[in-house]
Design a protein around this ligand. Structure first.
Ligand SMILES: Nc1ncnc2c1ncn2[C@@H]1O[C@H](COP(=O)(O)OP(=O)(O)OP(=O)(O)O)[C@@H](O)[C@H]1O
Ligand SMILES: [Zn+2]
Length: 504
């Protein structure tokens, strides 16, 4: 579709306006999305952000562009207080390893590997486009050290007894992305973090943390330690996309400090803008609050889509995908039962339409194509809405009209119309990704058990033992503990059953 007349327009956090996207290289979009920190399962809020990148890649391809898409894996533990620019506080991976669930891993590397694998499975289950490169922070330590050395050499960074810091006053543009320019306001933002008294400015953030006890450590010109969180993305994005690329994406919490710091590091190294457009997804909320790993108020992909016997709710992953893209990425989205129920119903209509189309293709019902033109107008409207700053509610409403049109024919669809309908369903699937099920098997076909399910089963066995020993207080306490975990226990004549608190 070379030379499509449509223009993709997106809100650029950097300029605070909706701008037409013109790739630096004609018809070739280079983009980087900040990936997950793999210390536990990703939740569906994380996937809301990844789905923004996914839709942009799909729209770009529909416009006939090539894409070079990079999405990293943060497998070096960054800190539990990562809302702050400074790298002190507790390491997320190390804390996870000490947790009840984490203790089953022999070491921190295995823990990171396990959750990386789980993340990739969820990614496939929700049918996200595979990135061209998925760099891991731990595999790019050398490049990070070299970049830090260069920053020290050019006067942008300095060493203290605790680490190496980027010196914020050396980069006058610091604050251009987030608007956080007032030094006092920035100093307040880091006030709760353990301070290094040798830091030259309270805003200075860590590039390298000296730490001989850290479970993940590398040798550097500053001794044993590990890199700060921000440097990995500056280094890996430039390695695979060049010193200046088109789009940089992430959730809204990454604007400051993460992306602000990425810009400071990269632009101090090259003297060139890092990315031309910065796109941020607003949060997925639960009861008005950010869905968050650290808050514990989250749903993982697996607990929603696994079948009930594996402790899940058996929700069609395509319905979950639909629910997650149904709100505008630039507005917070409240995740509710009703929302999920509506999405399930709509995706079922698509599936029903696809079944009708398959049946009609098998038939020899003749007649003129009565759908081609109308569906092609609908496809155009859908793509146009996505080009309009990814207006998914309008795009999904437009596409639904096409489904209604197909279903309106019932089982009277003729072959020629069915051929157009199938082409249209294929196109909509390429654009929005929820029409057909994921090709790869869902993660629950793995032999390994979900640690959550393992924990529930262990507690139930303990409860059984307590009941047999007539220790009812203990049995009740375990039931209460399970309830707190969102698990309902039912004692039936056939034995004890359990299920997750049902969402739909
Ligand atoms: N509730 C949410 N809605 C949308 N995007 C989110 C949400 N929570 C995190 N993200 C985004 O998910 C991506 C991966 O983030 P990461 O794995 O670092 O999560 P995190 O911020 O450590 O998790 P949490 O904040 O839940 O503890 C980032 O782009 C982040 O901004
Ligand atoms: Zn990043």
């Amino acid at each position: 579709m070379e030379g499509s007349s449509k223009t993709l327009r997106l809100y650029n956090t950097l300029t605070r306006s909706i701008e037409p996207i013109y790739p630096l290289e004609r018809n070739r979009l280079r983009l980087y999305a900040c990936g997950p920190t793999v210390y536990t399962y990703a939740h569906i809020g994380n996937f809301r952000s990844f789905l923004t990148a996914d839709l942009i890649v799909r729209v770009a391809q529909a416009l006939g562009w090539q894409t070079v898409y990079v999405c990293n894996v943060t497998d070096v533990g960054h800190l539990t207080v990562d809302d702050y620019a400074d790298a002190s506080g507790e390491d997320k991976l190390e804390r996870a390893l000490r947790s009840e669930e984490g203790r089953r891993f022999p070491n921190i590397w295995d823990l990171a590997r396990y959750y990386t694998q789980a993340f990739l499975e969820d990614w496939q289950t929700l049918k996200l486009v595979e990135p061209d490169v998925r760099p891991r922070a731990t595999e790019h330590i050398r490049q990070q050290i070299l970049a830090i050395e260069q920053l020290v050499k050019t006067g942008h960074a300095y060493e203290t007894r605790q680490g190496v810091y980027f010196h914020v006053p050396s980069f006058p543009d610091y604050g251009k992305l987030s608007g956080n320019r007032d030094p006092e306001q920035l100093a307040r933002a880091v006030r709760d973090v353990v301070q290094d008294p040798e830091k030259r400015d309270p805003r200075d953030f860590a590039l390298w943390k000296k730490d001989e006890k850290h479970l993940m450590q590398w040798y550097s010109p500053w001794g044993w330690g590990f890199p700060g969180w921000h440097i990995e993305c500056s280094v890996m994005s430039m390695e695979y996309l060049g010193e200046t690329f088109d789009l940089h994406l992430g959730g809204e919490d990454l604007i400051f400090p993460h992306h602000e710091c990425e810009i400071a590091q990269a632009e101090s190294l090259t003297g060139k803008p890092l990315a031309r457009y910065w796109v941020h997804t607003r949060f997925l909320l639960v009861e008005g609050e950010k869905m968050s790993k650290s808050k514990g108020n989250f749903f993982t992909v697996r607990e929603l889509i696994f079948p009930p016997e594996a402790g899940g709710q058996g929700i069609d992953p395509m319905a979950l995908r639909y629910a997650l893209i149904s709100g505008k990425y630039r507005e917070p989205l409240n995740f509710t039962r009703k929302h999920l129920r509506d999405s399930i119903r709509i995706v079922q209509r698509y599936q029903e339409a696809a079944r009708h189309v398959e049946a009609a293709l098998e038939s020899d019902r003749s007649g003129p194509d009565r759908l081609g033109d109308r569906l092609s107008t609908i496809y155009d409207k859908t793509l146009e809405a996505l080009c309009d700053d990814l207006n998914t509610p309008v795009a999904l409403a437009a596409a639904l009209e096409g489904v209604k049109l197909i279903l309106g024919f019932g089982d009277q669809l003729n072959r020629a119309s069915a051929e157009s309908a199938r082409r249209w369903l294929d196109q909509i699937d390429a654009l929005l990704g929820f029409v057909y099920p994921p090709e790869r098997p869902c993660a629950h076909t793995r032999r390994e058990k979900d640690p959550f399910v393992e924990k529930v089963e262990r507690l139930l066995a303990e409860r059984d033992a307590a009941r047999r020993a007539r220790d009812f207080a203990r049995a009740d306490a375990i039931r209460e503990q399970l309830l707190q975990m969102g698990v309902e226990v039912m004692d039936t004549p056939e034995g004890t059953r359990w299920r997750r608190k049902v969402l739909v």
